[in-house]
Design a protein around this ligand. Structure first.
Ligand SMILES: *Cc1c(COP(=O)(O)O)cnc(C)c1O
Length: 478
């Protein structure tokens, strides 16, 4: 039996030194990130991280050394300035410090009365102001927009059908509306709350991938005529494929006329609101929503994971999720007091102190600078689009919108182009020269850059474009 039955270090001074060494390694990783791109996982590394049955621990020092000598280099690339794949945030240095402090505090933010929940309330308050919601709005930090979307649809259903839906279960006639360009998170949310994927009506878009509000109205009326129950419209602020935003003001008007819940998926695009002109105009109308789902871990550069569900009406929010069994009864004072408790705003009872990294990012850098970086990301996407448009080897496949640039090798044959595009993405990922992801557009696999990266500069874009040109000739000749 161990003679030291606690997990605290036996020698705090040795632990202090160890943590300082780890801190140095973390700082060096970020400081030198440009010369330390992602490195692929190999068999030897998998052996290094094997736990076996972990019957006996190896101690803090050996574990910490593994972290800094082995694990830290196997990041997923998104902290590097030449990473534009999928839509992934880069994190920030202040977030690193906040995470250290949050880990030390180890607060459970499900509720009660302690400092961490006040920080979360302040973050929610800031967001309510930022998105033009009333001060009485409520919100809850969650793992990401996917989670926030599930909560939003669940709340919208309670709003539409009343509180009994929580005991009675769902109504199969419910219908939710979103554009063809909607993120799959919305479909998944409909599946998970028991509406089924088929309850999501995909409404026609125009050529710029924006929902056609007239088609929306017509679909709603047709469904009502068939005895179905429309209850919610999801507008997109920043579509995942192209960065396009639905005409949110017009959708809001339709929702008012039809008495429907208006939810906005603003995972990354919502933040165009702080990017200044002309970007903020693209998401005009977001302030009319009943609820917004968005991420801090994408275009606010906060460490993973962190998203938000923002709700205009706190009463509706509470009606959808609040429940206080005896073991969670509120006290009038002490740690068990305070209001609101975040467990009343979502599914999670035990919750991490996600708010601190958001709070620290806002406190350290401020809205103005974050907005300037967002606008700069849009300029970087435009720069890449310019290079592509001027190249004989490539063509843009959709006008650059916001921070997203989709392009293809110039080839009239879809199959040939698709093959080369996919091969280029893989080759540049493996060589460490740049990360693009792929998507499908008009039957063709295309390359896509979504720039949500505060470390990227114009020189990075120019260098990555050179790498693209080199790789396409290699693919053509090979
Ligand atoms: C990323 C994204 C989501 C999903 O958000 P997660 O934070 O990954 O759960 C939903 N909608 C859009 C438009 C996205 O870009």
């Amino acid at each position: 039996m161990s003679n030291n039955l606690t997990l605290d270090p036996t020698d705090w001074e040795a632990f202090r030194e160890l943590l300082h060494r780890v801190a140095d390694a973390c700082i060096d990783q970020l400081k030198n990130v440009r010369s330390l791109p992602w490195s692929p996982v190999d068999e030897a590394w998998i052996q290094q991280i094997a736990l076996g049955d972990a019957q006996e621990g190896v101690g803090e020092e050996q574990t910490a050394l593994l972290l800094i000598q082995s694990v830290i280099a196997r990041h997923s690339g998104n902290i590097h300035p030449k990473f534009f794949g999928w839509v992934q945030g880069s994190g920030n240095a202040m977030g690193l410090i906040a995470e250290l402090v949050a880990a030390t505090m180890n607060s459970n933010c499900g509720g009660r009365d302690h400092g961490a929940v006040y920080i979360e309330r302040e973050v929610v308050r800031w967001c309510a102001d930022c998105f033009g919601f009333p001060r009485s709005a409520s919100g809850v930090l969650v793992g990401g927009t996917s989670q926030a979307t599930i909560l939003a649809l669940a709340a919208a259903r309670v709003w539409a059908l009343g509180g009994e839906v929580r005991s009675r279960g769902s109504n199969p006639g419910l219908r939710v509306y979103a554009s063809h360009a909607v993120h799959n998170a919305v479909v998944k949310a409909a599946e998970l709350i028991g509406l089924g994927a088929a309850s999501v009506r995909l409404v026609r878009c125009d050529a710029s991938e924006r929902m056609d509000p007239q088609a929306l109205s017509m679909q709603i009326r047709a469904d009502r005529g068939d005895g179905l129950i429309p209850f919610c419209v999801v507008g997109t602020a920043g579509s995942v494929n192209r960065g396009a935003s639905d005409p949110l003001l017009e959708i809001a008007r339709v929702c008012t006329e039809e008495n429907l819940w208006f939810h906005v998926d603003g995972a990354f695009g919502a933040w165009a609101r702080i990017g200044g002109e002309p970007w903020c105009e693209l998401v005009q109308g977001i302030e009319e929503a009943h609820s917004i789902a968005l991420d801090f871990h994408k275009w606010m550069f906060v460490q993973y994971d962190c998203g938000l569900l923002l709700m205009r009406d706190e009463k509706t929010h509470r009606a959808a999720f609040a429940c206080r069994p005896a073991y969670l009864a509120a006290q009038t004072a002490g740690l068990g007091g305070g209001e609101p408790w975040y467990c009343d705003f979502g599914t999670d009872l035990s919750r991490s102190f996600r708010a601190l990294k958001v709070w620290a990012t806002l406190k350290a850098y401020g809205r103005r600078k974050l907005g300037e970086i967002i606008a700069h990301n849009c300029a970087l996407a435009a720069r890449l689009g310019g290079h592509i448009a001027g190249s004989a080897s490539f063509q843009v496949v959709a006008p650059v919108c916001l921070n997203v640039c989709c392009f293809s090798v110039a080839d009239s044959d879809d199959q040939t182009a698709s093959g080369i595009n996919a091969a280029i993405a893989v080759a540049l990922q493996l060589s460490g020269e740049g990360v693009f992801s792929t998507t499908s557009m008009n039957g063709r696999t295309v390359l896509r850059a979504a720039i949500t990266n505060h470390r990227t500069n114009f020189a990075d874009i120019d260098a990555v474009f050179c790498a693209l040109e080199k790789e396409v000739s290699r693919q053509r000749s090979g």
